[in-house]
Design a binder for this molecule. Structure first.
Ligand SMILES: *[C@@H]1O[C@H](CO)[C@@H](O)[C@H](O)[C@H]1NC(C)=O
Ligand SMILES: *[C@@H]1O[C@H](CO)[C@@H](O)[C@H](O)[C@H]1NC(C)=O
Length: 424
């Protein structure tokens, strides 16, 4: 069932089902990273994205080829400004010309809904970068206001989960003390402008850091007995939800109970080095397929049961030019040739292959029988998913948890995510 079917009739049927029935999977987001020299052309990526039911894409830049290819597809975009842009974007005139050149021309055909300014800036511990972050976000927002685009496009930034000092139990979630002031000002910006708080969360790093003690079933969303938060009495049967609720608690502890939290990256590598425990196709399949199922069920986390999960899986493709350990190059749901990196539980399609006859159907835009040149790698923005800046502290804290005092615990009522009004 996972292989593409050589029978033309059932192939058409598959494509029909794929493109003309309401997708079974609810708002799934996917990160489209392009640190690679062998990826298919963006036109050929459209059917791949549709095949997994993804309706939102996060880019690490504002690649015009991608934004054009996805015009009139209904797919929503978060575009990004890399950390190397922050100093420039502080200057309102530069921010305005960036928005004018990189966002405005693609609206409204391409549904750009958000600009992420910087990635995991606060956990680089770089004072200049950190100091530039909020001013850059403000300039970009002001540019949107000036261009009358601020109602449709919001401004945010993506954080590493390592901005948390405490992440377990979820009710004790707290920000790193040295970051509290900075995070507070950023969250205040979100409240005033109605933008989401983005966090990159990788239970994989918790497992990799401590494979003997972390339950694989707990991190892979497999059936398991889970944990009970001793303060809230809420039951958690997977680590990602515990991590998300730790962020909710941390936000509440600085006075923001009603900020919309979205998971801008999460994923699991299908391959890694000898010392990277758990990086296998089977674990990656379980993590991502179980996660997609959960998203489809439209259930929230224990603290926010009525809020949809807003999650962007990392990533669409394996990226062969990413630096770091092998796992970094193997987070993709798809290989560069468009085949599934492991069975994804949806029909495979041949959209990115050179054989256009097999991609057929009205949903795709095959490039006839012309062999596909690899799309050029994009701006060189490095999506940092290195474990040095990710959630290693999470697992340490997870297992130190029984010894950590719960003094920081704040009790609060939970509300849903969709309103822009912040309750202080
Ligand atoms: C940044 O600083 C924090 C707190 O001092 C430390 O725990 C963390 O390891 C540092 N991160 C990096 C990437 O240097
Ligand atoms: C395209 O089709 C030819 C002949 O059927 C086959 O040999 C080749 O492997 C196919 N290429 C791809 C990329 O699927």
């Amino acid at each position: 069932m996972m292989e593409s079917n050589p029978n033309p009739i059932s192939s058409s049927l598959l494509l029909f089902l794929l493109f003309f029935t309401p997708t079974m999977v609810a708002p799934l987001g996917i990160n489209y990273g392009q640190i690679a020299n062998n990826l298919p052309l963006p036109e050929n990526v459209v059917p791949l994205v549709k095949s997994i039911g993804a309706t939102r894409i996060k880019l690490y830049d504002a690649d015009p080829h991608v934004l054009k290819a996805f015009a009139n597809t209904g797919v929503e975009f978060i575009v990004s400004l890399g950390n190397e842009y922050l100093a420039k974007m502080k200057d309102p005139s530069k921010a305005q010309s960036w928005v004018k050149n990189n966002v405005q021309p693609y609206l409204p055909a391409t549904k750009i809904t958000c600009i992420a300014v910087g990635n995991e800036v606060l956990t680089f511990n770089d004072t200049i970068l950190t100091d530039n972050l909020l001013p850059a976000m403000q300039s970009v927002h002001t540019a949107l206001v000036n261009l009358k685009l601020d109602k449709q496009v919001t401004v945010t930034t993506a954080h590493s989960l390592a901005i948390l000092q405490t992440s377990y139990p979820p009710s004790a979630g707290a920000f790193r003390r040295d970051l509290v002031n900075c995070v507070t000002r950023i969250v205040d910006f979100h409240c005033k402008t109605g933008s989401p708080f983005l966090i990159n969360a990788y239970p994989y790093f918790a497992y990799k850091g401590n494979p003997k003690q972390v339950s694989l079933d707990f991190v892979l969303f497999q059936p398991n007995s889970g944990i009970v938060d001793p303060q809230s009495n809420l039951h958690y049967d997977n680590m990602l939800f515990a991590q998300i609720d730790a962020v909710h608690s941390a936000l509440a502890s600085i006075g923001y109970k009603n900020v919309c939290v979205q998971i801008s990256e999460t994923g699991w590598p299908s391959k890694g080095d000898a010392d990277e425990a758990g990086a296998t196709p089977e674990n990656a399949r379980k993590y991502n397929c179980n996660l997609m199922k959960l998203i489809g069920q439209k259930k929230g986390t224990p603290m926010r049961p009525n809020s949809d999960l807003n999650i962007y899986v990392f990533a669409l493709f394996n990226e062969n030019l990413k630096p770091g350990p092998s796992s970094e190059r193997n987070y993709g749901l798809f290989k560069p040739d468009g085949s599934q990196a492991y069975p994804l539980g949806v029909p495979a399609i041949n959209a990115a292959s050179t054989n256009s006859s097999s991609s057929g159907g009205s949903g795709s835009t095959p490039s006839a029988s012309v062999p596909l040149p690899p799309a050029s790698s994009s701006s060189g923005y490095l999506a940092i998913t290195s474990d040095s800046v990710k959630s290693l502290s999470t697992v340490q804290l997870l297992y130190l948890a029984p010894f950590i005092s719960l003094a920081h615990f704040v009790s609060f009522g939970y509300t849903t995510c969709n309103t822009n009004v912040c309750i202080l």
